[in-house]
Design a protein around this ligand. Sequence first.
Ligand code: ADP
Length: 264
Amino acid sequence: IRANFSTILDDEDEVTGFITVISDVTEQERVEQERRDFVSNVSHELRTPLTTMKSYIEALTDGAWQDKEIAPKFLGVAQNETERMIRMVNDLLQLSKMDANEYPLQRERVEFVGYFHQVIDRFEMNLPEHIKLLRDMPKGQYEVWMDKDKMTQVLDNIISNAIKYSPEGGEIRLKVENRRHHLQVSIQDQGMGIAYDKLEKVFERFYRADKARTRKLGGTGLGLAISKELVEAHHGQIWAKSKEGKGTTVFFTLPLMNQKRRGR
Ligand code: ADP
């Protein structure tokens, strides 16, 4: 808490009163701290792929380029790291546009179940062989006022996480439930799960439950943070439930349009 005192003087410079302004600076300080953490996270996250690339390129320069077996591997690593950095910078640009409200939604009326089937069909096209997608959709038509491209981005993030963290032979259940005024979408996997105390944190920027492992899987730690912003821009909510070693379910809601139109 910050307090400012001033005195009120009349024409003859006599003190006739006092003003005390007490302001709560906790919020201000929290925002400042978040900003500092963010800058430090960005620097750290970008330095990691750069250092990796540097050491591989040094090894190549020092002679590894002549080795027909090693050279392509090292170049492959450098390429992967470059691609991950590009993804990260693109994600950061998108987040900063969203922060500045320069990322308007292009909304239209969309029948959600049909749309969701199409998104899943696209994933089925190049799904790792050992993974199965199960669909659990309600009957009828459910219309939502949404930006298709951005909702696709939300689903892409959540579904690719589910695939990424699924075990061999894992099943992923994709579900839509009608909850009167909104739809509840859930994506459930049988993967490693997320510890209870980290369930909310995974929606924060750069948060990774297991840094080394998820970096190796090519993650940026920004996917769920972007998904959260996008779901909230659609007036929905997003959260996760998980049992370590058993699996994770990510849920989000979307308000339904004009109820009379449903069930046609
Ligand atoms: P990343 O690019 O690292 O996947 P995300 O923002 O998409 O970043 O996810 C943040 C973190 O949440 C991940 O690094 C991972 O630790 C955890 N996570 C997300 N989805 C799952 C899941 N389905 N199962 C287990 N952990 C998950």
